[in-house]
Write a protein that binds this ligand. Structure first.
Ligand code: 7TS
Length: 403
């Protein structure tokens, strides 16, 4: 097996067992080099200057846009809007689309397991328009059933929002099936791809998403760039989200008209440096390959869940099948607060996430306050999984339990 860790300076220099990849992924050296290279050779304000450096910065930005379009199968690069992250992308869709297309009595269908970033924008849209939220509830295995999709996406639905992969349960949702129902009732579908793009091939046209959001930093890119994909016909009809430089066609004392897509939605100086990093991350991801990522993660998840099965005091949430976790395993240890578990593991140099995972409605649905989450990526190793299991076995003892 190739030792991917050598590509990641932080993993190569440090023994920390990093199992918080769903929060943010580590960066390979090529991504850092792309940032340094951009600032060393091409830095200028993109889209503005008529001199070489600015033209180069524009080219860097537009190359990244094409790569992002190709990565998710968008029909045209003009459908790719650069944002800071998934959160900003989803807010853009809520402020610009939902506030202008929804009215009192309409329904917004949201999955109960959504990250707050794909929840609060729709709560806001409901509050401001008088629309009503309806909640899709997954079965115990984390998946939305065909019956649930039909029941909750009613003829009054005008917008549905679901994550392709939950950041807590790791389950892949049947987004194409959801899209078919959403379109049958004349609504639009917003897909949160923050946890899918790092792990699996995505085709927005095949899934028929109307909007699709993801973050660069969760797929090994830099922290300051994300994407909102939108179908061109929808984006054309939407007003700008933020107003200012670079997004206008013409401005007078009391009116303005807007630039063409995608610039209408990219107000102010755009983030060409992180676009350079995102390009490098997309190339790196392609070089590793989604099939390799899937195989590595599956082997690691099987091993990790196998260890957990041997600990009778551990409850794992979601499916029992490691193949249905996308590398995310959320669990609790009987009698132990997740924060204590995470702190004890930290003493052994193991980084996991503990808390509500920005998914409090799901915590309420599962009738827990908090949970521990180990989230793996292809660069983790079997040895790390074994050390994690050894440490976990000590937790109850450290907290005063006999066994
Ligand atoms: N949607 C999902 C499904 C996520 O997992 C996250 C971040 C977001 C949206 C927001 O992404 P951002 O880049 O805008 O912050 N998830 C997590 C997590 O699970 N732990 O920390 C951040």
């Amino acid at each position: 097996m190739k030792d991917y860790r050598k590509d990641f300076p932080i993993l190569d220099q440090d023994e920390t067992i990093y199992f918080d990849n769903a929060a943010t992924a580590q960066k390979p050296a090529c991504v850092m080099e792309a940032l340094t290279d951009y600032y060393s050779r091409s830095n200028a304000n993109p889209l503005r200057g008529l001199y070489d450096w600015s033209l180069r910065a524009t080219e860097v930005l537009e190359t990244a846009r094409q790569k992002a379009a190709d990565l998710i199968g968008a029909a045209a690069k003009e459908e790719i809007i650069f944002t800071r992250n998934t959160t900003e992308a989803l807010n853009l869709a809520a402020y610009s689309y939902a506030l202008n297309h929804l009215k009192a009595g309409d329904e917004i269908a949201v999955c109960i397991s959504e990250h707050h970033s794909n929840f609060l924008p729709w709560q806001m849209a409901a509050e401001k328009t008088g629309a009503v939220l309806r909640f899709l509830e997954p079965g115990p295995d984390g998946r939305l059933t065909a019956e649930e999709i039909r029941a909750k996406i009613t003829p009054n639905c005008r917008l549905a929002a679901v994550a392709q992969v939950s950041n807590v349960l790791g389950r892949v949702q049947p987004v194409r099936e959801i899209a078919d129902r959403v379109h049958e009732v004349g609504a639009v579908l917003v897909v949160d791809g923050a946890q899918s793009v790092p792990h699996m091939a995505v085709d927005v046209q095949a899934m028929d998403a109307d909007f699709f959001a993801f973050s660069g930093h969760k797929m090994m890119g830099p922290m300051g760039i994300g994407v909102l994909y939108g179908k061109q016909a929808l984006l054309e009809k939407m007003p700008p989200f933020l107003r200012g430089g670079e997004m206008i066609e013409y401005v007078t004392k009391d009116s303005a008209s807007w630039a063409e897509l995608p610039h209408k939605f990219e107000a102010g100086t755009v983030n060409a440096a992180d676009a350079a990093g995102l390009s490098a991350a997309i190339d790196y991801l392609a070089a590793v390959g989604y099939e390799e990522i899937r195989q590595r993660e599956l082997a690691l998840t099987r091993r990790l869940m196998g260890h957990l099965k041997e600990m009778p005091y551990v409850t794992v949430y979601g499916s029992e099948d490691p193949a249905e976790h996308c590398g995310i395993v959320t669990f609790n240890i009987e009698g132990c607060h997740p924060h204590d578990v995470a702190s004890i593991l930290n003493e052994d140099g193991i980084a996991i996430r503990a808390g509500h995972h920005c998914a409090q409605p799901l915590m309420q649905y599962l009738q827990i306050n908090a949970a521990c989450r180990a989230s793996l990526y292809f660069y983790n190793t079997e040895a790390e999984v074994d050390r994690f299991a050894q440490s976990l076995k000590k937790v109850r003892g450290a907290l005063g339990y006999g066994s």
